[in-house]
Design a protein. Structure first.
Ligand SMILES: Nc1ncnc2c1ncn2[C@@H]1O[C@H](COP(=O)(O)OP(=O)(O)O)[C@@H](O)[C@H]1O
Ligand SMILES: [Mg+2]
Length: 259
């Protein structure tokens, strides 16, 4: 068996009396798009904060391609190739789409280093262009980010995570606030990206989850309630009871048809 992309061992985070992430353990195999679902407060975002070292954990370990990254500083985790988007959208509204990508890539390379070769700049510009093309944002390259539709902002955010060529992308509720049409477009893009990058997505929209995920983890109170493919999760009685609370016919295998 090949080494997992991510191995999480007894990962734990407490906030005062709350155990937000409670001895969480699982492996993520390469090439599988993992969705994490669960009610508000389940610990999903905190889990991302621990993986990206934005928060220190209280116990446990995270291994990335076999390397212990638990106590690495955030910029080093990022440099190893783990990139994330935030639940709250965070682009620079006064800059154009292309400038947002450019400045993110420059920040990642160490800002405006005086001795940096022009070649590196050229390579970075090409990456900006590639990223614009990959996300269908090229026609919007010169638009101020503050004037974009919600769906385009979300794609730009994904672009800002992609620009430094990550190996693992963590997406926190990327479709939150999107119209159905924007959601469809974003889901198609994310599926496309998943062919070349490992992705974990936190997502509340079950339709999206069943369409997009190879593998689903249901979190509740910081721990794993269930794990399986879309069909299994849709059929899991505990998941229905504890989380979905949906009547039988609200959650059909048809939803999980892409499994
Ligand atoms: N920085 C923080 N300080 C205190 N409590 C927090 C903090 N971040 C999250 N929590 C708490 O931890 C629990 C898990 O939150 P979160 O990871 O945001 O859940 P989810 O993303 O699944 O909705 C919640 O009870 C939340 O209130
Ligand atoms: Mg959250």
């Amino acid at each position: 068996m090949s080494e997992p992309v991510l191995r999480v061992e007894s990962l734990t985070k407490r906030f005062g009396g709350i155990t937000a992430v409670d001895a969480l353990s699982f492996d993520l195999a390469g090439g599988r798009l993992l969705a994490i679902i669960g009610p508000n407060g389940a610990g999903k975002t905190t889990f991302f904060n621990l993986v990206s070292s934005l928060l220190p954990c209280d116990g446990g370990r995270v291994l990335f391609h076999g390397r212990d990254i638990t106590r690495l500083r955030p910029h080093l985790v990022s440099r190893l190739g783990i990139k994330r988007t935030l639940q709250i959208k965070s682009v620079f509204p006064q800059l154009t789409v292309a400038e947002n990508l450019w400045i993110t890539s420059a920040a990642g390379r160490g800002f405006l280093h005086p001795f940096r070769a022009a070649a590196s700049d050229r390579a970075a510009r090409e990456r900006v262009d590639d990223t614009l093309a990959e996300l269908d944002l090229a026609p919007l390259a010169d638009r101020l980010a503050g004037t974009l539709s919600y769906g385009d902002v979300a794609l730009l955010e994904i672009g800002m995570a992609l620009i430094s060529q990550p190996r693992l992308l963590l997406l926190d509720e990327p479709t939150c606030g999107m119209s159905p049409a924007e959601t469809t477009r974003a889901v198609a893009k994310i599926r496309e990206l998943a062919r070349r990058i490992d992705i974990i997505i936190i997502e509340h929209d079950m339709e999206v989850v069943f369409e997009i995920a190879d593998d689903i983890i249901v979190m509740a109170q910081g721990a794993i309630l269930a794990r399986g493919g879309p069909r299994e999760i849709a059929a899991d009685a505990r998941v229905r009871e504890a989380y979905l609370g949906a009547p039988e016919d609200d959650l059909t295998v048809e939803d999980a048809a892409h499994a």
